[in-house]
Design a protein around this ligand. Structure first.
Ligand SMILES: Cc1cc2nc3c(=O)[nH]c(=O)nc-3n(C[C@H](O)[C@H](O)[C@H](O)COP(=O)(O)O)c2cc1C
Length: 188
């Protein structure tokens, strides 16, 4: 992940290209409930002033994060799944009736697949990004008119890496797990 950016704008068509690749990710019933709320340039302060107000920034380890020319709120539209699974070819599943009928929140899973594909696409075209947990959910919903059926999964700051030396993330020293610790052969 990239935690320090230049203010150099990201060409909008490049952003659209990466989003277009994100859309190709697997999606339950091809419901495609992934959305991004995008802020560019000086608009990004609308996000930062809520999620990380200036008076809390002193001593923050990643001041170069605030320079990111693009902020994307990652959203998952639960209602799109209820609607899709109420269509004639899916109605028999009963999943259109309630989110509690689902074995797993596929709106979150699909939006995560798309987000990862998007992050990889950004990397491929030389754009860095940080996916991070958002704060002040209620205020963000209000500011950006996000309806209750749409979940905010997190935020992506993206742009060109500044090249400044940045403190490592707190989790960076944790080793990657081995493939054999992930694979369970035949039973847990
Ligand atoms: C769900 C999720 C939430 C995250 N939240 C934060 C965060 O709040 N702050 C942060 O600096 N990084 C956050 N990260 C980034 C991880 O710390 C990072 O991907 C991991 O430590 C690996 O670091 P690297 O990609 O730089 O090697 C988050 C990542 C995910 C997937």
């Amino acid at each position: 992940m990239t935690r320090s950016f230049t203010t150099t704008p990201v060409p909008y068509d490049l952003l659209e290209h990466c989003v277009d690749l994100g859309i190709r990710a697997p999606s339950a019933g091809k419901s495609q409930g992934w959305h991004l709320l995008i802020l560019t340039g000086s608009e990004t302060s609308r996000y930062w002033n809520i999620a990380f107000p200036a008076e809390r920034r002193e001593g923050f380890a990643y001041p170069g994060l605030f320079a990111a020319p693009v902020i994307a709120l990652v959203l998952a539209d639960e209602q799109a799944y209820l609607d899709r699974y109420s269509e004639s070819d899916k109605q028999h599943t009963g999943l259109g009736e309630s989110p509690t009928a689902w074995v797993a929140p596929y709106w979150t899973i699909d939006a995560s697949f798309s987000t990862m594909t998007f992050l990889l696409a950004l990397h491929d075209v030389g754009i860095g990004a940080l996916f991070f947990a958002h704060a002040e959910e209620k205020s963000l919903r209000h500011e950006f008119h996000i309806p209750p059926s749409v979940h905010i999964l997190g935020t992506i700051a993206l742009g060109y890496e500044s090249g400044d030396t940045v403190q490592e993330g707190r989790s960076a020293k944790r080793p990657f797990r081995s493939a054999s610790s992930v694979i369970h052969r035949g039973r847990w």
